[in-house]
Design a protein around this ligand. Sequence first.
Ligand code: ZN
Ligand code: ZN
Length: 261
Amino acid sequence: MAMASLLESGWTYLITHFSEFQLATLGTFIIHESVFFLSGLPSLCFERADLFNKYKIQKKCNTPDAQGKCIMRLILYHFCVNLPVMIVSYPAFRYMGLRSSLPLPSWSVILSQILFYFILEDFVFYWGHRVLHTKWLYKHVHSIHHEYATPFGLTSEYAHPAEILFLGFATIIGPALTGPHLFTLWLWVILRVLETVEAHSGYHFPWSPAKFLPLYGGAEFHDYHHRVLYTKSGNYSSTFIYMDWLFGTDKGYRKLKALEE
Ligand SMILES: [Zn+2]
Ligand SMILES: [Zn+2]
């Protein structure tokens, strides 16, 4: 109860001091940047400081130059691609029912919407990602994301601008269809960023979500996708493992896992 009223008073502060347009565009942008860079920082520091080597998936490390290049490129694309997209798509979200007024939705509504976004995102991402692995698109677009064969958290959003738009569609299609509360949208952005940063972290810890969340891919699953030649890699899903299992694109990965055991 105390938690709920704290949330409501915090939300009241936001909607009385800022317009919905400001919150939905700049607010979303600031939340995304903070969560992305803060959650991406640990794996970068571990790699630089040789920490937790026991849990590092690959022996190879990225040079400080390679890490720096990734960060500079990300800042550029976030300001020149992500932010304009957020501004331009606001009327569409608004039209589909996005709202920011009180009361906040119930947790059952929030969590079921977010679960739906994860499932839909994973489905759309899987097919979009498979298309990106065809010869021409890989060569001209998706190879940028694969420049880092040893991924670290921040490489999760390192991609060609066309890919940011193309796969970003998977992220926003769920909220665009359901017209959620802005609070739900923010929570979705936060969870999706944490998920993709973890999948690219390069570390498989005993406390990694893949250890206790059923059907969840995580770092080990996606690291394989970056490590192996693009025509042979498989593991195209973003969050879950069942799409690759259903369509037989996890065979190489399964074989390797079986060998390791
Ligand atoms: Zn790929
Ligand atoms: Zn990736």
